[in-house]
Design a binder for this molecule. Structure first.
Ligand code: ADP
Ligand code: MG
Length: 701
């Protein structure tokens, strides 16, 4: 019975009726009393203040006056038929006007009775008037306590035309709240409520709709936001546990010769503390008997690859094979080259498979793979195909994971009896808050430290007017022995046009940098892959000074001697892409520069992107602005996460609350993973209720 009250269909609600019920369901998905309770206001009007008529200013957007109608009459002329009332506050009068529904209003208005009038003052012909005000009898106004901050609910023409106004919402919601004190049961534990000094659940609902003052409103908001995050994180982390118990993982119990040998004799630099920490985290997962599912976030250039390499050696020491997946052929090739170079000395076999591997190579590779002769297979999407079979795949690394879909990644799971351990790496940092929400069931490692000696990439915004000065600058850099990228946008929809832009650009650069003095590489998606590889190699080996390219070099490419990144038409790029491109330079110890070329006309979003780039090098900050501009809905994976169902909490502006809620959930689960302790009883009940109806979110990787 208790549950039932809030589940009552709105069809039965007084003042609603079948027509309005229909439209509420259709427009706002409001089916039950409870749905009305969680139809939160989107703003509030301060109705603690009352105005005298002679206090009204042109700057007032709305005013509230106590007074009486002294007369009401029609003003007719050829064009209009208005109903006019004279409203008097005891000293002065103001004209009140209705253009529509006048008959009904004329009948309902009582003369010489105290009203609270609320509306927007208009200044016209040297006096104020108010059209279509909201009216409450003073007596009822006091009784109903529709004072303090008044809620404003979202609305549209279709619902307004059925009389579903703010006033309507206020009344029905007020009625439901008044009868729900018994039904809105506490659902957070005593500990949590005490820790944050939360108001009760019932009080929170009451005050989110009808706050008597700002302070109570804030209290209601913080509790409801916390609660929303808390249960979201509880579902994530519980599903994480159930996944861990469901998927047994290979146990990599030892750290053997390959690892030790490489670490002590072939590592050319010492690891940063952050890298050491992450390697430790991975080692711990490897020997935990459960499948690892770890997201490694680290800004561009933070040194994720070496972490992947060291982890791979542990897998190999335990007689398992490794698959290293990269989103582009160029990147796969680069990883292959550098792994091969580092690992051939210790007799580790690295092979590569991409879309352009020849048939002959494939046959060879497939048999070596299944015989276990290959230790690490580097590749693009091609490695996902069913005919790619391993002898004993134990560890999968996915570089730049945002380039892969969930379905693609899940294919790798099936390549052994148990799913391999998975490490996904990203340099397009999803802000940590979002990662926690979207990838709540992944463990997260962060490399939050750049290798020593790195300098920030100095970033400038320039336009066509500055061409000559830029050319001179580029020539100076080349004189110093540095290399330069010049990147043109490649947007799928207008490939032809972009190709032309690239070629035009190449031509003008060739004129400016004549080939008796300078060597220029060119790289774009239409080239054959072996030609791409040749151009890449020429640039990498320092044989060319300038690399003119489309965004094929966007991710991962690592050429430390390149020190300038010029991005043409940079207003056409998204923020994360700009940051990725900038990450191609600043990889050595030289000063590096990123020059953002734009036209003179910029949209406000484009201006914000450019400004963000010139003001910070921190990929996490960039990612947060990116999310602000684009909204979480456009980021990858958010559809699955239920993130868009958040009613009141906002992962950007409320991230501190999200973090606290997550920490609390972790603590509770670590001590009571089945929520059987008496102090977690309320949480368990709410959790069961919530998960009964929702499918658990799919595994992300
Ligand atoms: P990303 O995280 O963007 O994938 P990489 O793994 O490509 O970065 O590393 C960028 C560069 O930094 C590489 O040249 C790599 O050899 C170098 N590097 C990585 N770790 C360190 C370190 N601890 N000290 C010095 N250089 C490092
Ligand atoms: Mg990388």
């Amino acid at each position: 019975m208790k549950e039932n009250f809030l589940n009552t269909s709105i069809d039965y609600l007084k003042g609603v009726g079948p027509n309005r019920a229909e439209i509420l369901k259709k427009e706002f998905k409001i089916f039950t009393y409870y749905d009305l309770l969680i139809f939160f206001p989107f703003r509030y009007i301060d109705r603690t203040k009352f105005y005298l008529i002679n206090e009204i200013q042109k700057s007032n957007s709305d005013v509230q006056i106590i007074g009486r109608f002294t007369e009401i009459y029609y003003h007719k002329n050829i064009k209009t038929n208005r109903l006019i009332g004279t409203f008097n506050d005891g000293c002065n009068s103001i004209e009140v006007v209705w253009f529509k529904a006048a008959k009904w209003i004329e009948k309902s208005i009582k003369l010489n009775t105290d009203y609270v009038l609320y509306g927007k003052p208009n200044w016209y012909l040297n006096k104020f008037s108010i059209a279509h005000p909201e009216l409450d009898f003073l007596k009822e106004f006091n009784k109903k306590q529709v004072k303090g901050l008044l809620p404003v609910y979202s609305s549209n023409e279709r619902v307004l035309s059925r009389g579903i106004t703010n006033k309507f919402f206020r009344e029905v919601i007020f009625n439901i709240i008044s009868s729900s004190s018994l039904f809105l049961k506490e659902n957070l534990s005593k500990n949590i409520n005490e820790k944050y000094n939360f108001i009760s659940k019932y009080q929170a609902y009451k005050n989110i709709h009808f706050p008597l003052n700002q302070e109570l409103l804030s209290k209601a908001e913080s509790r409801l936001k916390y609660e929303e995050f808390f249960y979201m994180q509880l579902e994530f982390l519980m599903s994480n546990i159930s996944k861990k118990s469901k998927f047994k993982g290979f146990n990599f119990s030892k750290v053997g010769d390959s690892f030790n040998n490489f670490y002590s004799s072939h590592l050319t630099f010492s690891l940063t503390n952050a890298q050491k920490r992450v390697v430790k985290e991975i080692r711990k997962d490897f020997s935990s008997n459960a499948q690892m599912n770890r997201l490694l976030q680290g800004d561009v250039g933070s040194g994720k690859t070496i972490v992947a390499l060291l982890s791979s050696l542990i897998a190999i020491d335990n007689d398992f094979q490794v698959c290293f997946l990269a989103p582009t052929e160029i990147l796969a090739q680069q990883h292959f080259n550098s792994l091969n170079e580092s690992l051939s000395k210790i007799n580790i076999n690295v092979s590569i498979l991409t879309g352009s591997s020849s048939k002959k190579d494939r046959i060879n590779l497939f048999s070596n793979l299944i015989e276990g002769k290959i230790n690490i297979l580097v590749g693009t999407h091609a490695v996902l195909e069913d005919n790619v079979r391993f002898k004993n795949l134990g560890f999968v690394i996915i570089d730049e994971q945002h380039k892969f879909g969930v379905a693609q990644r899940s294919k790798l799971w099936k390549k052994n009896i148990n799913p391999p351990h998975v490490l996904v790496m990203t340099a397009t940092p999803i802000p940590r808050t979002l990662a926690m929400s979207v990838y709540g069931d992944l463990d997260i490692s962060v490399i939050d430290e750049l290798p020593p000696g790195r300098k920030v990439v100095k970033t400038f915004h320039r336009t066509d007017r500055n061409r000559l000065e830029i050319f001179k600058f580029l020539k100076d850099e080349i004189k110093r022995g540095r290399q330069i990228y010049i990147v043109y946008p490649l947007i799928e929809e207008s490939k032809k046009l972009d190709y032309k832009d690239l070629m035009d650009g190449y031509e003008s650069i060739s004129r400016e940098f004549p080939n008796n003095m300078y060597q220029i590489s060119i790289l774009h998606g239409r080239m054959k892959s072996e030609d791409k590889a040749i151009e890449m190699k020429r640039f990498k080996d320092g044989k060319t000074n300038i690399m003119v390219s489309t965004t094929v070099i966007e991710v991962g490419v690592n050429i430390p001697n390149a020190s300038v990144m010029v991005i043409e038409s940079s207003e056409k790029f998204g923020l994360s892409q700009l940051h990725q491109l900038r990450g191609r330079v600043g990889r050595g110890s030289e000063n590096s520069y990123c020059i953002l070329m734009t036209s003179n006309k910029l949209s406000s979003d484009a201006r914000k992107r450019i400004k963000t780039m010139t003001s910070t090098n921190d990929g996490f900050k960039v990612a947060e602005v990116d999310m602000e501009i684009r909204g979480p809905g456009n980021l990858l994976g958010t559809q699955q996460s239920g993130l868009l169902n958040l009613k009141i909490a906002n992962i950007i502006t409320d991230k501190e609350i999200l973090e606290s809620a997550r920490e609390d959930v972790k603590e509770i689960i670590s001590m009571d993973s089945n929520l059987i302790k008496i102090e977690n009883k309320l949480i368990k009940e709410e959790y069961n209720k919530k998960t009964k109806n929702t499918l658990l979110w799919k595994h992300i990787s």
